[in-house]
Design a protein around this ligand. Structure first.
Ligand code: ZN
Length: 80
């Protein structure tokens, strides 16, 4: 989960899975974290719901290790 300051700057990131507080400095997460934001549509049973969560890198690695088909990986060509 994420909290933002009044100006919109990122203030806090907490892993929804394990509760770890991610280091945030000057509005930027300073360690590995994945943010998921998904709007469920008509074809789901959650039509109209938007779900958000964050996972630390450890929880992400644990989650994908359960996948039957590995995550697709490619090299990032440009660093934004
Ligand atoms: Zn975690």
């Amino acid at each position: 989960m994420r909290k933002y300051k009044n100006g919109g700057q990122l203030e806090t990131v907490i892993c929804n899975c394990c509760g770890k507080k991610i280091i945030v400095s000057k509005g930027v997460a300073r360690e590995g974290v994945i943010h998921i934001s998904h709007a469920w549509d008509f074809f789901s049973e959650k039509d109209g719901e938007v779900h958000h969560f964050d996972l630390c890198e450890t929880c992400y690695d644990a989650m994908i290790s359960e996948f039957k088909i590995p995550v697709e990986r490619e090299e990032q060509l440009e660093y934004l």
